[in-house]
Ligand binder design. Structure first.
Ligand SMILES: Cc1cc2nc3c(=O)[nH]c(=O)nc-3n(C[C@H](O)[C@H](O)[C@H](O)COP(=O)(O)OP(=O)(O)OC[C@H]3O[C@@H](n4cnc5c(N)ncnc54)[C@H](O)[C@@H]3O)c2cc1C
Length: 203
């Protein structure tokens, strides 16, 4: 049995198994700032905005980390390569693949304003801070230091829909996990159980 749970490359791996999902992974980087220790008293818990129903993953928030510290973010910026963890990461072939995918072009046409807003929050710290101030007005730019980033693997179909549910395809001998968006980390044990169940069914 082969189980493909390759995140940012899950579509490529699925293709190699002969699956025709019609999906392509579009990478969206999420960048964080860290709240400096002297100002961490401002955030005593998790603080979230109301979700944008078109893009529930959008909207910076405050996260109290299990090992201490407070993260602020993430934004959601189109990455110029799949493993584009920094603003300078770029891969001509992968970027061309994104731009030439009809589903991406449809999304870009429809949501370019949201996309530009996210880019603004990436390149201009004050724009990021303004979004955070809607949740905690006392936050100032000097309270925040650049933090980590992650890249979301968003599966998109050719009609320009971003899949917001899990997409797991099984074929004889193969399970392809082609979309596992947030909260897939939180739900990872349950997803693992589901995938293991599918393997056992075939065995
Ligand atoms: C900024 C950010 C914030 C998030 N916040 C949350 C949150 O608050 N709560 C939540 O539940 N989820 C959150 N998520 C989403 C969560 O991280 C993902 O849903 C989850 O990690 C998806 O799991 P996965 O196993 O499908 O993929 P991944 O975790 O990406 O794992 C894929 C693995 O496959 C490997 N791989 C890729 N290609 C190959 C290859 N060709 N050969 C071999 N190995 C390969 C990779 O190295 C990686 O280890 C967030 C994600 C981001 C980016």
């Amino acid at each position: 049995m082969l189980v493909n749970c390759g995140g940012l490359y899950s579509d490529k791996l699925a293709e190699m198994t002969g699956a025709n999902t019609g999906l392509q992974i579009i990478p969206f980087r999420g960048e964080y700032y860290d709240l400096i220790p002297e100002r961490q008293y401002l955030v005593k818990n998790l603080v979230y905005p109301l979700p944008n129903l078109n893009f529930p993953f959008l909207g910076v928030h405050f996260t109290r980390m299990i090992g201490g510290g407070i993260e602020a973010g993430p934004n959601a910026v189109l990455a110029f390569r799949r493993e584009g963890y920094s603003r300078l990461d770029y891969h001509a072939g992968e970027f061309a693949e994104i731009l030439s995918f009809p589903g991406f072009r449809k999304i870009a046409k429809k949501y370019w304003r949201d996309g530009l807003g996210e880019m603004k929050r990436s390149y201009f710290k004050q724009a990021f801070v303004s979004a955070l101030q809607r949740l905690v007005p006392e936050i100032r730019s000097e309270d925040l230091e650049p933090g980590r980033s992650g890249v979301r693997a968003m599966a998109c179909d050719r009609d320009g829909n971003m899949l917001d549910d899990f997409a797991i395809y099984d074929a004889p001998g193969i399970i392809n996990v082609c979309n596992a968006p947030s909260p897939a980390a939180t739900a990872s044990l349950a997803i693992g159980e589901t995938v293991a169940g599918k393997v056992l069914e075939q065995l």
